[in-house]
Design a protein around this ligand. Structure first.
Ligand code: SAM
Ligand code: DTB
Ligand code: SF4
Length: 328
């Protein structure tokens, strides 16, 4: 896979006439994936709120004044019960998120027990716990962790405007620890944070020029949450033009052909037509259920109706890891 994309090449893709861009993205999609299938992933917040980081979009930051209240790390049994529900609903991957800057070593035993338990159910396991040391990454790998989510969020240039408590380089360092431990990488970001087209180019460029493409690339549209810096800045505004959002998905697909591109946060307020364009542009993964971590998601009945309308099929939950195998 090409990892030597230039910013100019990526900018030129964004600049293509829309139908030409979509056609090319759909071609790449078909050449690398079963184009009528969409992976279903389920999220669970295993430790909510009270996070010391100041990410300007996040409802869980202690720096924001939102309605989210802080809670302790969940018990292993409760997490496994939730994973069993996700499995029964047809989910392929179970993603557990904690509002931490980084896990404390004393939390690792419980977190690893969650991974082992979820894995034993035949689900793909994913966690997002903030920054990791090499040792923590190895512990998670030994417990059976398949994926680690750690987003670069935006372009290197824009990053400091959104988050001040850690740097873009900190993110890259954790991604490297995750890779070295042999865990697959889930890494993407958010559009609709007031960034420029050039920032979106820089965001995709940073992902597509990593030493190895992330196996999963979540593309989130900002969910404006009242009480967060960005939620208050963009209250009631149209955050990103639908066509520009679809272009971002298409450019991600073309530059990272084998990756799963996930239509992530923001789907709840997205029209069916825009979602359909995203699937045509190569998105092939979604979060299911009526809740993401703290905000609303489209919900299973709306998604089932959409899949029926579009003739899309959920990816086979009994056939996990096949994209990764295909990539190797
Ligand atoms: N604390 C961990 C970390 O930051 O790595 C994991 C949890 S964090 C909620 C995971 C990702 O969700 C963020 O990196 C961001 O891209 C996305 N996210 C969080 N809040 C969002 C929002 N309001 N709208 C869209 N995406 C959001
Ligand atoms: C990602 O990129 N999106 C998911 C997952 N990784 C962890 C999280 C979306 C969170 C949306 C805001 C919320 O529900 O709090
Ligand atoms: Fe904390 Fe993650 Fe939210 Fe940032 S995105 S405030 S690190 S939970």
């Amino acid at each position: 896979m090409r990892t030597d994309w230039t910013r100019a090449e990526i900018a030129a893709l964004f600049d293509l006439p829309f139908t030409e861009l979509l056609f090319r993205a759909a071609e790449v999609h078909r050449a690398n994936h079963a184009a009528g299938e969409v992976q279903l992933c389920t999220l669970l917040s295993i430790k909510t709120g009270g996070c010391p980081e100041d990410c300007g979009y996040c409802s869980q930051s202690a720096h924001a004044e939102t309605s989210v209240s802080a809670s302790k790390l969940m018990d292993v049994e409760a997490v496994l019960a939730s994973a069993a529900e996700a499995k029964a609903a047809g989910s392929q991957r179970f993603c557990m998120g904690a509002a931490w800057r980084s896990p404390k070593d004393r939390d690792m035993g419980k977190v690893c027990a969650m991974v082992a338990g979820v894995k034993a159910m035949g689900l793909e396991t994913c966690m997002t716990l903030g920054m990791l040391t090499g040792e923590q990454a190895r512990q998670l790998k030994d417990a059976g962790l398949d994926y680690y989510n750690h987003n670069i969020d935006t372009s290197p240039e824009k990053y400091g405007e959104i988050i001040s408590t850690r740097t873009f380089q900190d993110r890259l360092d954790t991604l490297e620890e995750v890779r070295s431990a042999g865990i697959s990488v889930c890494c993407g970001g958010i559009v609709g944070m007031g960034e420029s087209r050039d920032d979106r180019v820089g965001f995709i460029h940073a992902l597509a020029t990593l030493p190895r493409h992330p196996e999963s690339v979540p593309v989130n549209a900002l969910v404006p949450v009242k009480g967060t810096v960005l939620g208050d800045m963009f209250a009631g505004e149209r955050l990103i033009d639908d066509i520009e959002f679809v272009r971002t998905v298409a450019v991600a697909r073309i530059t990272m052909p084998r990756s799963m591109v996930r239509l992530s946060a923001g789907r709840e307020s997205m029209s069916e037509a825009t979602q359909a364009l995203c699937f045509l542009a190569g998105a092939n993964s979604i979060f299911t259920g009526d809740k993401l971590l703290t905000t609303a998601n489209a919900g299973d009945s709306r998604d089932a109706a959409l899949f029926a309308k579009l003739g899309l099929k959920p990816m086979d939950a009994e056939e996990p890891m096949r994209t990764l195998e295909a990539a190797e």
